[in-house]
Design a protein around this ligand. Structure first.
Ligand SMILES: Cc1cc2nc3c(=O)[nH]c(=O)nc-3n(C[C@H](O)[C@H](O)[C@H](O)COP(=O)(O)OP(=O)(O)OC[C@H]3O[C@@H](n4cnc5c(N)ncnc54)[C@H](O)[C@@H]3O)c2cc1C
Length: 617
């Protein structure tokens, strides 16, 4: 059993009562046994096919031989084992070949792959891509593209970013124009020709599957031929790498999507990352049909998903899911570093304890886990990463609630997810990365070498604050939109839930101190939210959005920890329960007080950063 499994089991069953999900009609055939069987299989595949190759995929980066992208054999083996496990379609309906697995269990199972080797990957993009098509695609788009993705024949990407447009997607310039007079008559969806460059596309080129289904954001020009400014102009297209017939079979034609180059990254090197050129004419496709762009026949063929100009709305479906996935990946990497540094600290002799008379050099050395400062760093990692895991699994449970709860419960889950998603993505990306930094520190000089795994965890984790909406963008989303949306309903509901936990915790003498601290933190965040918006000027409020998100995230993680403690039997003699109490205490004593400093600049709308003259840097 992995070090992670007991924590996952505890959070799923003791805390979230995930086994009760089978009271819902959709999950009626499931039980703790079927959930455990899924977790067992994923844990085994992660142990056998992922973990042993994590360093190899880091050192043997993807390379392009002029024709194909070459990945290590281990990546192919891991991919095949993942596909064979059925996890790509696990959450789908029985009629779709799925097992109607709750997302909570799917998400928990995913952590085993991410702790073992995050960059070999667990189908996050493919699943997200296919799930989007199941919601927004036509019947045939589901049949031809999504079902083949769930079966592992095809894999998926999300192609949003461009070299000049990352955070600001309204500035994308990839164009889509109707492909011939009959463009609306294509059985696979209204057919367009796309032209443009997409940067940073993960898994954009490889030989792991028969085909790659790119979901591409592009703009359909207005009647004047100009691109419509803003996000309004953005539409969504399926652009397959290899052309597919309405029967789902490859036609043998290559679509005009060309690899312009591989990006060489700091970490996460087991996954290819690509610059893709769409419609540059490298692979002219069906040049006699339609007419293509500029009368030259060039243009990648893409099929419209949903309505024109509603692409970003459709894409958000994939992005929200992806954000929970990124939070989980960050958490899993944090946990991997925690376990590695715990193991190291238990075995490394160094130094002697300080007693009232100082140190006695005649005494044997102690293991570093006996030093208070090492314990501090281990406890910090535990409190960050297990707290983040609890939050992420809670969010996954909300996703199930949204899909299978009563209408009232589903609505509450939706509102909570609106507010919690930016936190669930960003808080672990920052603090589980910090955990990885501490894991390196626990290792001393060895942690800084490639002889130990912790430097790679840190490098892999460094991505998570950047992709799927940067830290700054998520913070602006939280303070600028989510806490205020629908009259602040989501924030009020969250406060209600936090107060519910406080009321239960205050009844237990050993938790009362934490309950009071949480109550004060909640008040502070509420007051800061109001003060930030006191002038009504977004520039004032959002100037300190990141400190706000840090404080908000700390509040949420403290709440999560307190709620977790409520299920422990008071005075439990189990070491694991003692560990949870201590990790929570660490968080309340060492971390939660930090929110005072973060919120001070928010409340006063401190203009230090915003008004800094450029020439003064
Ligand atoms: C390894 C990797 C994998 C990726 N995978 C994919 C993928 O599969 N598909 C895809 O479409 N994209 C992908 N991305 C792209 C990723 O989503 C972008 O890098 C990200 O959105 C940031 O865009 P950018 O790099 O252009 O940076 P910029 O948008 O230029 O941002 C630079 C800095 O400016 C800040 N900033 C920008 N605008 C504002 C603002 N209005 N207010 C305050 N601060 C601001 C940002 O927070 C950031 O700190 C990937 C990126 C990487 C590195």
């Amino acid at each position: 059993m992995s070090a992670l499994r007991p924590t996952v089991d505890f959070l799923l069953y003791d805390w979230l009562k995930a086994d009760r999900l089978n009271e819902r009609a959709r999950f009626a055939d499931h039980s703790r046994e079927t959930f455990d069987a899924v977790l067992d299989i994923c844990e085994r595949i992660a142990r056998e096919k992922y973990a042993p190759f994590n360093r190899l995929v880091d050192t043997e980066e993807p390379r392009f031989d002029g024709e194909k992208v070459i990945l290590p054999k281990a990546t192919h083996d891991a991919h095949d084992a993942y596909v064979a496990s059925g996890m790509l379609s696990a959450a789908q309906d029985y009629e779709e070949g799925g097992m109607q697995l709750p997302y909570t269990i799917e998400a928990a199972a995913g952590t085993f792959f991410a702790t073992a080797s995050v960059s070999i990957g667990g189908g996050l993009l493919t699943k997200g891509n296919a799930n989007l098509l199941m919601v927004h695609g036509t019947g045939l788009q589901k049949e031809v593209f999504a079902r083949n993705e769930f079966a592992g024949r095809f894999s998926g990407t999300m192609a949003l970013s461009e070299p000049q447009a990352g955070s600001s997607l309204s500035d994308i310039t990839t164009r889509a124009i109707p492909d011939g007079a009959d463009f609306e008559g294509d059985p696979l969806g209204a057919r367009y020709r796309l032209r443009g460059n997409k940067m940073w596309i993960s898994a954009g080129e490889h030989e792991l599957s028969e085909n790659i289904v790119h979901l591409v954001l592009a703009k359909i020009p207005g009647p004047d031929g100009k691109l419509i400014p803003g996000t309004r102009g953005i539409s969504l297209f399926i652009v397959p790498k290899m052309m597919v017939g309405a029967d789902g079979q490859l036609t043998g034609e290559r679509n005009d999507v060309a690899l312009a180059g591989l990006n060489h990254k700091l970490g996460w090197r087991g996954t290819t990352n690509t610059l893709l050129n769409f419609g540059e004419g490298r692979y002219p496709v069906r040049v006699n049909q339609g007419g293509g762009l500029d009368g030259r026949g060039a243009g990648a063929i893409g099929y419209l998903v949903g309505k024109p100009h509603e692409g970003l709305r459709c894409m958000f479906h994939m992005m929200n899911e992806a954000r929970i996935g990124i939070g989980l990946a960050a958490t899993a990497l944090g946990l991997a570093g925690y376990y590695a540094s715990l193991d190291y600290a238990r075995n490394r002799p160094q130094g002697r304890p300080v007693g009232p008379a100082g140190k006695d050099p005649a005494q044997p050395q102690v293991r570093i886990i006996e030093h208070a400062d090492i314990k501090r760093m281990l406890l910090a990692q535990k409190s960050y990463c297990e707290g983040a895991l609890a939050l992420l699994l809670f969010c996954a449970r909300l996703v199930d609630e949204q899909h299978t709860g009563t209408p009232e419960a589903a609505e509450e889950a939706r509102l909570l997810l609106e507010v919690l998603t930016p936190v669930a993505k960003s808080w672990p990306s920052e603090f589980c990365l910090e955990a990885n930094s501490m894991a390196i520190q626990v290792h001393g000089g060895y942690g800084y070498t490639r002889d130990f795994p912790v430097e790679q965890y840190w490098r892999d984790n460094r991505l998570n604050m950047i992709h799927e909406g940067t830290h700054g963008i998520q913070a602006a989303d939280l303070l600028g939109r989510k806490v205020a949306m629908e009259g602040g309903k989501g924030l009020s509901l969250l406060a209600l839930r936090i107060n519910g936990t406080i009321e239960r915790a205050i009844q237990q003498p050993h938790l009362a101190e934490h309950a009071n601290a949480l109550g004060q933190a909640l008040q502070k965040v509420g007051a800061a939210t109001k003060s930030a918006w006191a002038t009504g000027n977004p520039a004032d409020a959002l100037a300190n959005a990141v400190p706000y998100m840090q404080a908000f995230g700390h509040l949420v993680i403290a709440w999560t920890w307190l709620d977790v403690l409520l299920v422990l039997a008071p005075g439990s003699p189990r070491a694991a329960d003692e560990g949870r109490l201590r990790a929570a205490r660490y968080f309340f004593h060492y971390e939660l007080p930090k929110i005072g400093a973060w919120l001070r600049v928010v409340e006063t709308r401190d203009p230090t950063c915003a008004t800094m003259p450029e020439e003064a840097f």
